[in-house]
Every structure is written in C-alpha cells, then in structure tokens.
Write a protein that binds this ligand. Structure first.
Ligand code: 4AZ
Length: 343
C-alpha cells in the first residue's frame, strides 16, 4: 500500500485497562473519541512521520531469501521521532501479541494476554504462565502489530487462530520452572519486511554480559502507577551471570536460601530499564556475534521482583530448551530452518 494512503486514522482502537491488569483493544469509529486531543496528537504525529515519507521513497530491505533475526533498527518505510524507549515500526519483526477473544455482551473483544515471538510461520514461542488453562480456540496471535491504538502500520497486521498449545512437560507453577510454551497456528503467517522469524541459539549457549534488547507492550512502572504501552517499547539490557543474579534475588523477600532454577537466565538490573507486568512471554534478543544485524532469542520474559530497580529481570533460558523446541517442531513436520541463521 502506498504510504500516503495509509492514514486511515479515523479508525482508532479504544484501549481499556481492567483492574485485573488486562487490556481490551476494540476498534471504534466514535467521533467523540477521534476528536479527543490525545488521539488527535497521536494522529498528527503519525501524519508527520508519513508526510516525511512521501518526499523520499522508503528504504525497504528486500528479502529474496527469508532468514531469521533481521532487525530493522531504523524501522521500515518511515521513522518516528520516537519517545524514550519507543521501537520503530517493524524494528522487531518477530514480535507478536497474544490475544484472547472474550464475549462482552453482544460482541467479541480482543484482550491482550502476553507477548510472543515468531520462530516459524506456524509457531509462536511464549511463556507457559501466559497460556496455562486456556483453550486454543480462545487464543489468537497477531503479527505485524506495533501501535495498538491505530492502524497506521505500513503492512496490515495478520491474525491467526491458535490450534494447539504445547506446554513444557516439566513446567512447575509454584516456581515458574520451565516456563516455555509453543503455540501452533491454524495457517502460516505470511512473512514480509515487517513480519519475520527470530533465530534461536544453539543448545546451552551462554550470553553473560552481552547487550540485548527486550520488547513488549507491558507496563512502564510496577504496580498501580504503571500504564500499558500503545506503541511497542524496547530497552537495551545486559545479560547477568546466573550466580550474580541469584545473589541479587537473595537480597529480596525471596530470602538468603533462594535457588535460581537452571531453566532461568537474568538480564537487566539497570535503573529504569526493565521488562514489567504485561511483558510476560515477550522475547529478549541478542545480536549474533560476527553477523551484526542478525539477532537470536536468548530469553522469554518470565518474572521479576518489581520493575526497573537494581534486581535483574528473570527470563526463560531459551538455549537450555533448544533441543526440546527442535523435537516439537520436527515431530509436527515444521521446518526448523525458519529459526536457523543461514548466510
Ligand atoms: C510480570 O509481572 C513481570 N521486572 C515481568 C517481568 C518483571 C516483573 C514482573 C521483571 O509479568
């Protein structure tokens, strides 16, 4: 679609935050809502970004041979004069939103559940705690989403129904051990410049001190003061060694005997830069050494003690589960090359 035809900004998404901490995203054409100063500000910001675009053709990388982990650090098509920690449109093309369809009176609403990542056109990686006790037919996956309040994405987002939830057999709810799940989609997502798979690291690879990125639509602060994010956020954080993280966690209410389970990895502990409530299931990705613009998924947001303080966030250690993931992919006859870097 030509960029100047994009701003169908009168279709906005109303965004409700429930006391349960979930968000309802519903499309509305209410004139009162579109006339609101906040929405107008959002719309005019998008128009500014898009106008810039009309004067020069967008630089869009062409993917003849789709591969994994291609981040678009400058976005695709247009750049936003982004606020702090705002991602560019298409910057993390593997990022998906997991939505739950809920009957509200006479219609169905999409409630945001968690983040996830595309590892194959038909398979999403996420956390068990996001999808436990849900049935596949309640869940949808949305790829190509960026600003949940508008439809100003260059490519239309793609929704798919979940047909199978694969939960790690050793998931332990009380400690969130082995908090890793796969969602199988009814039909494959069509990859384009804004929707791509993420690479996975080799089994048991280590990433201590590497600088990585976590992205998500979760809260900006812990507790009631925090607000869910309309535009996909990103923060750069270092991977924290297991022992150092366990020591930090022992200084909290978890106490001095706390043992950090081997299925976890930590990242962050940097003031103001962290994942938070609502980011569960979202990917933590690190650059692949020796192939600068490619990324691999090292973690899945699992839990933490507060947000944005000096205690690192706790993630599923994806490399620890690489063999399990391969087994699940192969037994369902999907192609594992979708998450293997081939260059
Ligand atoms: C949560 O509640 C959550 N600061 C996720 C990550 C962190 C804390 C809480 C890490 O989903």
């Amino acid at each position: 679609m030509a960029p100047h035809r994009l701003p169908c900004a009168l279709l906005v998404f109303a965004f409700y935050i429930l006391t349960s901490g979930t968000i309802i995203i519903s499309r509305t054409t209410s004139p009162a809502l579109t006339a609101s100063p906040t929405i107008q500000q959002l719309i005019s910001r998008r128009f500014r970004g898009l106008e810039e675009d009309i004067s020069k053709p967008p630089i869009v990388p062409v993917l003849d041979n789709p591969t994994c982990g291609k981040r678009n650090p400058d976005g695709i098509g247009f750049r936003i004069a982004g606020g702090k920690d705002e991602s560019e449109y298409g910057e993390f093309p593997w990022m998906v939103a997991i939505l739950q369809q809920e009957q509200v009176r006479d219609h169905v609403e999409n409630v945001y559940v968690c983040g996830g990542s595309l590892i194959n056109p038909s398979v999403v990686l996420t956390a068990v705690h996001c999808v436990l006790n849900k049935s596949p037919n309640q869940l949808k996956v949305r790829a190509g989403e960026w600003d949940t309040q508008t439809k100003n994405e260059l490519f239309a987002h793609q929704d798919r129904q979940v047909i199978e939830i694969v939960i790690h057999p050793d998931y332990f709810k009380a400690g969130l051990y082995n908090d890793i799940a796969l969602l199988v989609l009814d039909t494959p997502i069509e990859l384009n410049d804004g929707i791509q798979t993420i690479c996975l690291p080799p089994p048991n690879a280590r990433f201590d001190y590497q600088r990585c990125h976590v992205s998500g639509w979760g809260k900006d602060l812990f507790g009631k003061a925090g607000a869910y994010q309309a535009i996909l956020k990103k923060v750069e954080i270092p991977i924290v060694p297991h022992q150092q993280c366990q020591t930090a966690l022992r200084s909290t209410r978890l106490g001095p005997k706390f043992m950090l389970h081997p299925s976890f990895l930590c990242a962050g502990g940097v003031e103001g830069r962290d994942a938070c409530k609502g980011d569960g299931g979202s990917p933590l990705v690190c650059p692949i050494e020796g192939s600068a613009p490619s990324y691999q998924q090292v973690g899945i947001v699992s839990w933490g003690i507060g947000c944005g303080g000096e205690i690192p966030g706790v993630y599923v250690d994806v490399a620890h589960f690489r063999t399990w993931i391969d087994g699940q992919i192969e037994s369902r006859r999907f192609n594992a090359s979708s998450y293997m870097l081939s260059r």
